[in-house]
Design a protein around this ligand. Sequence first.
Ligand SMILES: Cc1cc2nc3c(=O)[nH]c(=O)nc-3n(C[C@H](O)[C@H](O)[C@H](O)COP(=O)(O)OP(=O)(O)OC[C@H]3O[C@@H](n4cnc5c(N)ncnc54)[C@H](O)[C@@H]3O)c2cc1C
Length: 397
Amino acid sequence: MQRLHAVVAGAGIGGLTAALALHRRGWHVTVCERAPEPPTTGAGIGLAPNALRALDAIGVDAARAAGSAVPATMGVRRADGRWLTRAETSYMAARYGTPPIAVPRPAFTAALAAALPAEALRYGTTVTGVDDATGRPTVRTAEGPALQADLVVAADGIHSPLRRAHFPAHPGLHYLGETAWRTLVDAPDLRIPSMSETWGRGTRFGVTPLADGRYYLYATATAPAGTRSADPRAELRHRFGAWHDPIPALLDRVDRFDPADVLQNDLYDLAAPLPRLHHGRIAWLGDAAHAMAPNLGQGGCQAIEDAVVLAHLLPSGGAADPGGGTAAVPAALAAYTTARRERTDAVRRRARRVGRLGALRHPLAAAARDLAVRATPARLALRGMDDLFNGFRLPTP
Ligand SMILES: Cc1cc2nc3c(=O)[nH]c(=O)nc-3n(C[C@H](O)[C@H](O)[C@H](O)COP(=O)(O)OP(=O)(O)OC[C@H]3O[C@@H](n4cnc5c(N)ncnc54)[C@H](O)[C@@H]3O)c2cc1C
C-alpha cells in the first residue's frame, strides 16, 4: 500500500505549514508553487501567540528557525511620537504563554521548506485546475504531467484561482480603500526597543525590530485601488518623513534601496465568507479561504492555524493506518470546515472593523479615536485579544 498523497497549491506560509504538518502525519506531499524559486527578499511577519502555539503542535519553533527579537514594549503612537497605548511584552508572555514575535518572512518560509523532503517542493509549477468530479482528484499543472492525489490543499493566496473555479457564485474580493508598503531595512545602530504602529489621518506606519539588526517597516495610506507612484521611496518620505523619530532615520535607509525592495499591495479582504472551506477532496486555507485586512496581524496566523487543524483532522497518511485511509478524507474535510469557518470569518470581520478605525481621515474622528485609545488602559485593551491569542484549539478528530 502507498502512503496517502496531498498536492498543495502554493508555497506561502499556509501551504508550507500544511505540507509540513501533513508530512509529519505520514503523508506523501507535493507542493506546487508558480514562482520560479523561493523568495529571498520581502517583508517581515508578526506571529501572534495563537500561531506560535499552532506551530508548536507540529514541532516548529518559529523563533529558533527564523530568528526573532522580542521588543520590550509594543504599542500605538501618534505622528508626533506620543504613545496612545503601550504594553510590556513580558506581560503578554505571562498572559499568553509567549510574546508575539516578528520574523523575516523569507527566513520563516525557508525554514518550513527546509523541513520538507527536497523532492516535495516544485517551484515553477502553476496549478491550472483540479478535476474532482469522481473519486481521487487530478491536479493539472501548466508545466508538467497531471498529479493524482487523495487530497488537494488550495493555499493559492488571496486571488486563489481554485476558489474562483470551485465557488463561481462567490462575490470575490472587497477593496478596503487602502494601499500598503512593506520593506526590511538594515539599521543595527538605531537600537529601537519597541514595536510600534503610528496612526495619522488615513495613514499608518509600523516599525518592528527583527533579530539581526534589521527592521520590518510597513505603511498604509487611503488611496484608490491601483494608485502607484514612480518611486515608492519618495512616496514614503513625502508621506511619513516628518513623523516622529526614528521614522525619518529609517526612511533614510530605505532611500538606499532598490525601489523593487519596497513591496506595495492594495488591501483587499474576502467580500463574504465561503459557504464551506472544502469541496470534494479540496480544502482551502489561508488567504485563499478567508483573506482578511492586515490590521490584526492575523492573516498568516490564521493560515497556520488552518494548516495545523487540517492535518490533525485528516487520517494519518501512513500505509499501515487501520480504519483511516483515503476513504476518511471527505469526512475529515467536513470536520475541518466546522472547526475553522466560524473562527476565521469572525477574525476577518473584526480585522475589517479595526482597519476602518485606523484609516479614519477626518481630523475630529481621528482625534476622538486617539482619545478613546489613550483612555483605555493597555492591559484592559489587551484582554480584548484573549479570544484571538488564546483561541487556538486542536479539535477532537
Ligand atoms: C501589509 C500586510 C501586512 C501583513 N502583516 C501580517 C502579519 O504581521 N501577521 C500575519 O499573520 N499576517 C499578516 N499579513 C497577512 C499575510 O501576509 C497573509 O495572510 C499570508 O501571507 C497568507 O498566506 P497564504 O499562504 O494563505 O498565501 P500567500 O502567502 O499569498 O501564498 C500563496 C502562494 O500561492 C502561490 N500561487 C498562487 N496561485 C498559484 C497557482 N495557480 N499555482 C501554484 N502556486 C500558486 C503564490 O505564488 C504564493 O506563493 C499581512 C498582509 C499584508 C498585505
